[in-house]
Every structure is written in C-alpha cells, then in structure tokens.
Write a protein that binds this ligand. Structure first.
Ligand SMILES: Cc1ncc(COP(=O)(O)O)c(C=O)c1O
Length: 355
C-alpha cells in the first residue's frame, strides 16, 4: 500500500493555498494589483534594451546584482553594505522569513495585512500572533506593542502603508514599536512613496532590529521586472541574506533599475499625478450614496458597498477589474482598486454612481 501523497509533503501545505488573483490579470481597465498606470516611455526601454543586448546572456549574472544595489544605496544615501536586492520583494519576504522563523518562533502580524506574510509563516510552521486593526481599519499601535511584549514574539511584520487597508501607522508609532520591542521588526514600505508618513530608512544603523522592505513594483512602475530590496544594519542583513536564492535577479532587472533611478523625475511626476487622482477619487466617491470610502495613504482606495460580489461582477462586466477584499477580517463587502489614468478613474466613478 503506497502512502498518501499528502503524508510525504510538508504538513503546513494543508493550511495554505496557491496564490490566486481573482478575475485574472487581463482587463480593459485593470485596477486590481496596485500597479502604476504608467509604463516606461519607449525611448527609455530602447536605451535599456541596447545595454541589455551587449550583456553576455550565456553567463550567470553576479550572485547579487551589485551594480543595481550600489546604485540604489547611493540613490537612498545609505551605505552600500546596508542594502540587498531580490527578485521582487516577495522573494525577500521568503528570504527574511526563512532566516527568522521556524517551529517554536512567534511572528506578530496586524490583521488584515498582506496575505503572503501569514502564508510564509505557516509554511515555516511558526506561530502566528494576530493583532486586529481598529474597526475603522486603522492600526492599533498600543495593542501591537503590548502583544509583542506579553507574547514575547520573535518577529513583527508591519506593512505601512498597509495593503489591503490603505492605512499607515504614524512614524512615531513605528519608532516606538521597533525601539520598545526586542523582536526583529520588518517594515514593509511597498507604498511609502504615496504616504504622508516619513520612511523608516533614516533609522537604519540606529535601531539594530529594524529591517525596511522596498519594492520597485508600485511607484517605480516596474512590477514586470521583479525588483525588491531589504535595507538593514549590515550585521543583521548578513544573517538575513543567508537563505537567499543565488543569481535570482536577471541582468535585465539590474540594468533597468539603474536607468530608472537616473530618470527618477518619471517616478516623481507619476506619483504626483496618482496622488492628485487619489484625492479626486476620494472626494467623488465620498459623494456617492450607499457607498463608504476609506481615506487612503497609498495608490489604491477601499470602498464598502452593500454587496461586494455583485459590484465586483458588475464592474467586471464593464471591463473594469478590481479586487474583492471582502474575505479579509473587518473588510466585509469591501473592494480595492488602484488609482488609474484619469479617464479610467472617470469610468469606474461613473459605473459606481450608476450601481
Ligand atoms: C505590502 C506588499 N508587500 C510586498 C508586495 C510584493 O511586491 P513585489 O514582489 O512585486 O515586489 C506587495 C504587492 O502587492 C505588497 O502589497
């Protein structure tokens, strides 16, 4: 009698699911993955491709993409040994979680937050300690500090601004959490360019248990290139980097990032546009009866409607793809959509008004 295949596998697999994007990734108006609506201009793509063409494709890239890492460190004004690049920040999340978690370790996750945190923690058989947000979706900083202390957690992950709620912790609260806890604190700043709050980067080297995570997939409009970074004190970073997949960043990603950093005005302009549209969307949505809109510190908005599944279907039927985030705790009947181009935003507003 052969053993059941499931008995051969990591038992944690029974508690996690394959990552899915409901509604897929194709739409006339695609607002479901918090991407930038602005692709790189063609002239910049050509420059990048010219350089990529001259690279040896038969040779491995560097173990780590040092050229892009140096460029990003210089851009941030941070010592070069404080940064490490990965294939999207998702890869860095796996790397850091592997370095920090395992059976017997405790991770604190505010709830609701980015679903990958819990998934990786469960996979590594760590104990997940959840701290609920306030009912209005704001962080409960006092509860985070108190729970970290009373449950003696080893690791805290804070997505701030937070996906999927769009809310941030105040800068002073993040400082208090990191300095009052002896846990390693990972601050995921995926949406920081859209935030009213200050980044934690200035405290790298000051708070030895602080790790900042950055992605180039949102404000930098490079979701297709897969680029993320961790920034931390070099002693800690050296340890966190041990499980990292070698050679995981392609030569193309490395070249692209250097060129985007050299032309950063493209990012600044796009962020200014998105923030203007975010504020316009917020005030327009606020005036639609039967719909609640939450203030956002990101490039996306959360609305609550009577029947999120029905609104999701109606929007899809008109070619508008949003994310139904109703399954997250405290987010019943909520939908999430990122800010798009002006006419795309007009289309969703129009449709929501009619609905
Ligand atoms: C909070 C947060 N962290 C990390 C990521 C992953 O980004 P990437 O792997 O594209 O860098 C996302 C993507 O949506 C996110 O929302």
């Amino acid at each position: 009698m052969k053993r059941d295949i499931r008995d051969l596998l990591n038992p944690a697999l029974q508690r996690i699911e394959v990552y899915k994007v409901e509604g897929g990734q194709e739409a006339e108006i695609k607002l479901n993955q918090n991407e930038s609506p602005f692709d790189l201009p063609l002239w910049l793509k050509e420059t990048i491709l010219d350089e990529f063409r001259r690279e040896p494709w038969n040779r491995y890239p560097d173990i780590l993409p040092f050229r892009a890492m140096d460029a990003y460190a210089d851009f941030l004004g941070i010592p070069r040994d404080c940064v490490i690049m990965s294939n999207g920040s998702n890869e860095m999340l796996y790397t850091i979680f592997m370095a920090c978690l395992g059976p017997g370790k405790k991770i604190l996750i505010p709830e609701p937050s980015f679903s990958l945190y819990e998934k990786i923690a469960l996979l590594l058989q760590a104990e997940v300690v959840r701290v609920p947000m306030h009912p209005g979706l704001d962080f409960d900083a006092a509860a985070i500090i108190e729970t970290a202390r009373s449950r003696q957690v080893d690791f805290i992950v804070l997505s701030t601004p937070n996906n999927p709620t769009g809310k941030s912790l105040a800068y002073d609260d993040v400082c208090r959490i990191v300095s009052e806890s002896d846990a390693i604190v990972l601050v995921d700043e995926a949406y920081i360019e859209f935030s009213r709050e200050k980044s934690m980067l200035g405290l790298i080297g000051v708070l030895p248990n602080l790790v900042v995570l950055r992605t180039m997939s949102k404000a930098l409009a490079l979701a297709g290139m897969r680029i993320g970074f961790a920034i931390a004190d070099p002693h800690l970073l050296g340890e966190l980097a041990k499980p990292k997949i070698p050679f995981s960043s392609s030569r193309l990603a490395e070249i692209t990032l250097q060129h985007v950093l050299k032309n950063y005005y493209l990012v600044t302009d796009a962020v200014a546009y998105i923030l203007g549209e975010r504020d316009r969307l917020y005030s327009e949505l606020d005036g639609i009866p039967g719909l609640e809109v939450f203030a956002s510190d990101t490039n996306f908005l959360i609305i609550r409607v009577d029947d999120a599944a029905a609104v999701f279907r109606a929007l899809s039927g008109s070619g508008i793809l949003v994310r139904n985030v109703s399954g997250y705790s405290l987010m019943k009947n909520c939908l999430r959509f990122n800010v798009g181009l002006r006419d795309e935003n007009d289309r969703i507003l129009d449709k929501l008004r009619k609905l």
